[in-house]
Design a protein around this ligand. Structure first.
Ligand SMILES: C[S@@+](CC[C@H](N)C(=O)[O-])C[C@H]1O[C@@H](n2cnc3c(N)ncnc32)[C@H](O)[C@@H]1O
Length: 186
């Protein structure tokens, strides 16, 4: 019997928490966030409980995830896509975990649009190196991607955020794919 997306996702959640949220509690503590690609919100709910980290806005294109997320994170305002976000959002952290590779050739356009709408001191990104599709994960994008050929390298991403005035901090580098960017205050 083919695995449903749900059964594929569940074992991933704990790993994602350990890799992405757990290493740096002080970064998350008492912050407000917008999460692009919030999925079902389980990790955000845990961050609220453990760090009083409030995800006040989430973006998630897939309805089944949004429905679950509404239940798991009842205080998070959800939008279907970046285009739908209002202007002048202010939060402490923009979260993009496992998202940018799913934006295909539109990644620069989409992230630029996001940054034009959101003021935040920090951006927290989980972005690995190019790999092949392994089947089910390709279902979670809206561009009918056939591969990840258009995703930026980590180096390209660092340069892109620098051009937007966000400087990379070494804080999470030991995690391999997690990067924290802090706005250049000068
Ligand atoms: C790899 S999952 C990561 C989920 C969660 N952020 C985590 O770290 O466990 C990527 C999420 O981004 C969502 N997504 C895909 N395309 C998107 C888009 N264009 N805008 C916002 N979210 C998108 C997917 O539906 C999925 O929930």
């Amino acid at each position: 019997m083919p695995r449903s997306k749900e059964t594929w996702y569940w074992p991933q959640a704990g790993k994602r928490w350990n890799k992405t949220w757990k290493p740096n509690p002080e970064f998350w503590r008492d912050k407000t966030c917008i999460d692009i690609g919030i999925w079902k919100g389980h990790l955000n709910a845990r961050a609220l409980k453990e760090y009083n980290c409030k995800t006040i806005i989430g973006v998630e294109p897939f309805e089944e995830h949004r429905v679950d997320c509404e239940r798991v994170c009842p205080n998070t305002k959800l939008y279907k896509q970046i285009e739908d976000l209002p202007e002048n959002i202010s939060v402490d952290i923009i979260i993009m975990h496992g998202l940018i590779k799913l934006l295909g050739k539109y990644w620069k356009e989409q992230v630029s649009l996001l940054l034009s709408k959101v003021n935040a001191r920090f951006i927290h990104v989980r972005h690995g190196v190019k790999n092949n599709f392994t089947g089910l994960d390709r279902e979670t994008n809206i561009y009918d991607l056939k591969n990840y050929d258009d995703m930026p390298s980590q180096e390209e991403l660092v340069l892109f955020f620098k051009s937007k005035n966000y400087l990379e901090k070494a804080l999470n580098k030991h995690q391999g794919s997690c990067f924290e960017y802090k706005v250049d205050a000068k």
